[in-house]
Design a protein around this ligand. Structure first.
Ligand SMILES: *[C@@H]1O[C@H](CO)[C@@H](O)[C@H](O)[C@H]1NC(C)=O
Ligand SMILES: *[C@@H]1O[C@H](CO)[C@@H](O)[C@H](O)[C@H]1NC(C)=O
Length: 234
């Protein structure tokens, strides 16, 4: 959205109707952003198309000149290329990440990862889980759920951020400590959600299932042990 300030004007010097000025809602600082200006000429002859960042011209198309397309770098923006057809012009710009960081969004490429979840647990076990999100901009906020109940973030276990990567990207992680309750039967399911607070929000999630070491398993284990001892005894 803030990118709109990047190109404020798509100007043409003939009779014209601009039908659309396309600016990406979320641009990725790792890739060039494409901006396009669509127009209808009716019976008029196109004289020129110019694109501006604020008051600075970054692109000019003039079919009667050679070359027909001219690009101009301005502070904080590298103009990588441009092209025009009869009804549109397109320009690719690469923003300097530091200059425009807050206006750009990079989606996470992968689901979050849960570390520290044992396959088998028993009541009273103390478990420390660590959920790490992929790198993104803005960084993801992490939510933990135990059997679908949202776990409140504690003061000492809130979402922490990694160091900043090129382009302003950061990973985030959050710890969940659990004391395995005695009233759970079967399995304990934990889910970690990495939420990117953009509009609309982007959510990626991962779950882990820990099987409870139950009485029946215990008695089976015990009776096997007893059987083995018995066989040994023989
Ligand atoms: C803009 O800057 C880039 C990188 O510095 C350079 O490669 C390119 O030739 C420049 N373009 C113009 C039109 O000056
Ligand atoms: C959690 O994982 C992140 C990276 O995946 C790591 O930097 C951090 O030290 C871990 N935290 C704990 C308490 O293990």
């Amino acid at each position: 959205m803030k990118l709109l300030t990047l190109i404020t004007l798509c100007a043409m010097t003939s009779a014209y109707k601009i039908t659309q000025l396309k600016v990406p809602l979320y641009a990725d600082p790792r890739r060039a952003a494409e901006l396009s200006c669509h127009f209808i000429m009716d019976d008029y002859e196109l004289h020129s198309v110019k694109l501006y960042r604020d008051l600075d011209e970054i692109f000019r198309y003039n079919p009667s000149q050679k070359p027909t397309i001219r690009l101009y770098n301005v502070t904080g923006v590298i103009v990588q290329g441009g092209e025009c057809e009869s009804q549109w012009c397109l320009v690719r710009v690469m923003p300097a990440p530091v200059a425009t960081k807050a206006a750009y969004t990079s989606m996470p490429d992968k689901d979050p990862v849960i570390n520290g979840a044992p396959k088998l647990v028993k009541p009273g076990d103390q478990i420390v889980l660590n959920c790490t999100s992929d790198y993104s901009l803005p960084p993801s906020d992490i939510n933990w759920y135990i059997n679908d109940d949202l776990q409140k973030a504690e003061l000492w276990h809130h979402t922490e951020l990694s160091a900043v990567q090129p382009g302003g990207l950061r990973a985030s992680w959050r710890i969940l400590s659990i004391s395995v309750p005695s009233d759970v039967i079967g399995a304990l399911r934990v889910r970690c959600e990495a939420v990117l607070t953009v509009e609309p929000p982007v959510i990626r999630e991962t779950s882990a299932v820990m099987t409870l070491f139950s009485r029946t398993q215990l008695s089976k284990y015990m009776s096997n042990r007893a059987l083995i001892s018995f066989l040994r005894f023989l």
